[in-house]
Design a protein around this ligand. Structure first.
Ligand SMILES: [Zn+2]
Length: 411
């Protein structure tokens, strides 16, 4: 509740990094708190990232594990003047937010609330988001670190802590120094309901189609002029209507999604997002798109097109499957915390998917956050405690399963 009162909203239009200086206010506070609990190397870099190490207290060779979350909050709703409210012992009633009484939390809208009866729930006051995305992750990592520092009898390997800036504006891992971090595997704490574990994201490409028409004076265009805008309209009209779009797909289905058209009669550009959980299926979708464009342009041989593909990100499962222990240990930690495991696939990307391909395989653990990026954002204190418990279990499970270090043999 203290962390969310520090405004750390990131700004998608900013050209600086961090996108807003104020994110460093929380980063600096976290450095001081980590130092206060004995994490002596905690520091903030010029991008506002916090790096810290909990030294190993095990004589085994345990892989170095990183826990990561982001300090910024989403630009979707105000992050200024957040007044967190603790609603003790929720009984299933409607929760009316006092600063805007039109903002009401109801079980009918958020069925997950049914599971939170008896819990203590934190909300904002009605005029701002709460910022549990991702200050819940931050708080849980700090709390777990505090626990591990206080109880040295709880064995663990070297634990790295990483807090990033600008996740919400898509730049969260841009400046991460993987070498300096020095972790083998990681876990982001940026997921939703208690017990959930996300190990899969979309694979994603961007496609830009540039259509070159043929321009003449419109008064003398007969038989010569080819209007690129009309070709673009035809291409868009030929996209599948009942499938392969975000409007018509869910779960494990991918899509082709036009996001922007810009042009004049002579030249027109269309941008697309191509998404699928299976990377090879991206090609099938791109081939289909190219076939549509080719068929439209066949009727006008004097027109031409360019088809530019940009790789955006890849399904982190491809990397995680090479190191099954990462997800296995998380599953076991969740069950040791007496939670029901809920495996989820993210119909989008995460910092974890980017980190995974930067060399830090990194699934996403739950924090408890709900209704994120909105005025109705809420979180259960008990769910947060379960997340702390899960972090501690992850740390100890890695230690339990590690090899005993080779001891020098005594003759
Ligand atoms: Zn987040």
């Amino acid at each position: 509740m203290r962390y969310v009162q520090i405004d750390t909203q990131s700004d998608p239009l900013s050209l600086t990094h961090p996108s807003t200086e104020k994110q460093k206010d929380l980063s600096l506070l976290l450095v001081n708190e980590l130092k206060a609990i004995g994490v002596s190397d905690a520091h903030m870099d010029e991008w506002g990232y916090v790096y810290a190490t909990l030294p190993s207290n095990s004589d085994k060779q345990v892989p170095v594990i990183c826990f990561c979350s982001h300090v910024d909050t989403a630009p979707d709703a105000s992050g200024t003047g957040i007044k967190p409210i603790l609603h003790r012992h929720y009984k299933g009633q409607e929760i009316v937010l006092p600063d805007d009484t039109k903002q009401v939390l109801r079980k009918a809208d958020f069925p997950y609330l049914e599971k939170l009866i008896g819990h203590d729930i934190i909300t904002a006051s009605g005029k701002t988001l709460l910022g549990s995305d991702d200050k819940s992750g931050v708080a849980e990592i700090i709390d777990a670190a505090n626990y591990l520092m206080q109880y040295p009898e709880v064995k663990h390997g070297t634990i790295k802590i990483l807090f990033t800036t600008d996740e919400e504006v898509g730049k969260g891992v841009e400046k991460v120094d993987i070498q300096k971090l020095g972790a083998d595997f990681g876990y982001t704490l940026d997921g939703g309901e208690a017990g959930s574990l996300e190990d899969e994201t979309f694979s994603a490409d961007g496609v830009q189609i540039i259509i070159h028409g043929v321009i003449t004076h419109p008064g003398h265009g007969k038989g010569k002029l080819v209007n690129a805008l009309k070709l673009a309209a035809e291409i868009l009209a030929k996209l599948p209507k009942n499938e392969l779009s975000p409007e018509t797909t869910d779960q494990k289905q991918g899509y082709i999604h036009p996001t922007r058209v810009e042009g004049i009669a002579e030249k027109c550009t269309i941008d697309f997002l191509i998404r699928d959980f299976v990377t090879a299926e991206l090609k099938t979708k791109k081939d289909l798109l190219k076939k549509i464009v080719t068929s439209v342009l066949q009727a006008c041989p004097s027109a031409s097109f360019e088809f530019k593909v940009t790789e955006q990100y890849r399904n982190m499962k491809e990397v995680l499957d090479e190191h099954p222990q990462i997800v296995e240990n998380a599953k076991e930690a969740i069950s040791r915390s007496d939670l029901v495991l809920k495996m989820e696939s993210i119909r989008g990307g995460t910092d974890g998917s980017r980190l995974s391909f930067m060399g830090l395989p990194c699934p996403n653990l739950f924090t408890g956050m709900q209704a994120i990026h909105s005025m109705l954002e809420f979180i259960s204190v008990q769910d947060m405690n379960k997340a702390v418990e899960t972090i501690v279990h992850v740390a100890t499970i890695w230690e339990e399963k590690a090899q005993v270090a080779a001891t020098t043999s005594v003759p």
